[in-house]
Design a protein around this ligand. Structure first.
Ligand code: C2E
Ligand code: MG
Ligand code: MG
Ligand code: MG
Length: 295
């Protein structure tokens, strides 16, 4: 019996060991495969920019869009950034991907600007690591020049966590970028680690209320207070305020009543491939327009 028990302990130990080591190997293997696949995807043109409309609450017109990265994987289909951005960051691949995205967006802005469509502003996301690249200013400047983009039509979204890095350097880079006519938005506002005192020293044009607050709207009294406070804070600091993640008419109507400036969310539109975004720009108003104005 003792032998049998001992045998079982050893056996289980070994199984556990191989279970864990296989586990590690598997995830390491997956990362390696994914890293290679991202290289290939960039070469093969398998990344795509989707555009999510942003709507002015007072006029109900599309005034801008956020550019969101998608990976069109030949086997797995459309992959959202949550699944690959971190690895792209860790491997440094985010830099060529983001240069590609910047140029794709600028080229698209130029195409839209050649038509008689009302002008819109497109925002791109920059992670803290991308923001700290030495050649960021140069890359943005080059993309704007190469594609003859109209001044004022590009925006960058940064996160609060950038504002606790090298404050002087970040401020200088923001000022340099703004001198190119690019505006600055703080994404996911209210979820990061910035302090209000640093916020006031940065040249920010827009606050984007994080969608986790919008999700709690009318479900949590504190969420309502927080949202109204962020709107007032933004306005008092001469910034526009955008609400992201609007999914319902109820949320929309509250935000209107609270004087929020811009809306972005599934209630209006999901992020769209460029052709669908262009078609939407050709329409006068956003689809849910009658309901939202009359309700
Ligand atoms: P984000 O910049 O905060 O973008 C908003 C995210 O919310 C997008 O997710 C968008 O699809 C989603 N969203 C918009 N409206 C709604 C809504 O009504 N309900 C819900 N549940 N979600 C909504 P997505 O496209 O998956 O992007 C996730 C994050 O990945 C982005 O968050 C951004 O941080 C990052 N990301 C996307 N594209 C890029 C990029 O080109 N570069 C970098 N560095 N990060 C990117
Ligand atoms: Mg964003
Ligand atoms: Mg956000
Ligand atoms: Mg986010």
């Amino acid at each position: 019996h003792a032998d049998a028990a001992m045998y079982r302990v050893k056996e289980e130990g070994r199984n556990n060991f191989s279970f864990y080591s296989n586990g590690l190997n598997e995830s390491a293997k997956k990362r390696l495969i994914m890293e290679k696949e991202m290289y290939v995807a960039l070469e093969a043109g398998h990344f795509e920019v989707f555009y999510q409309p942003q709507v002015n609450l007072k006029t109900n017109k599309i005034i801008g869009a956020e550019a969101l990265l998608r990976w069109n994987h030949p086997q797995k289909g459309l992959i959202r950034p949550g699944k690959f951005i971190t690895l792209a960051e860790e491997t440094g691949l985010i830099n060529p991907i983001s240069t590609w995205l910047l140029n794709t967006v600028c080229a698209q802005l130029h195409i839209w600007q050649q038509t008689d469509l009302p002008s819109i502003t497109v925002a791109i996301n920059l992670s803290p690591r991308q923001f700290m690249q030495n050649d960021l200013y140069q890359r943005i400047n080059q993309a704007l020049i190469n594609h003859q983009v109209q001044t004022g039509s590009l925006k960058v979204e940064i996160t609060e966590n950038l504002m606790i890095k090298d404050i002087e350097r970040v401020t200088q880079t923001l000022l340099d970028i703004k001198a190119l006519g690019v505006s600055i938005a703080i994404d996911d506002f209210g979820t990061g680690y910035s302090s209000l005192s640093t916020l006031k020293n940065f040249p920010i044009d827009q606050l984007k209320i994080d969608k986790s607050f919008i999700e709690q709207l009318n479900l949590d009294e504190n969420a309502n207070s927080l949202i109204q406070t962020i709107i007032a804070l933004g306005h008092n600091m001469h910034m526009d305020v955008v609400a992201e993640g609007i999914e319902t008419l109820e949320q929309l109507n509250c935000l209107k009543a609270w004087n929020c400036d811009v809306m972005q969310g599934y209630y209006f539109s999901r992020p769209l491939p460029v052709a669908a975004m262009t078609a939407l720009l050709h329409r006068e108003n956003m689809p849910p327009d009658e309901q939202s104005i009359s309700a």
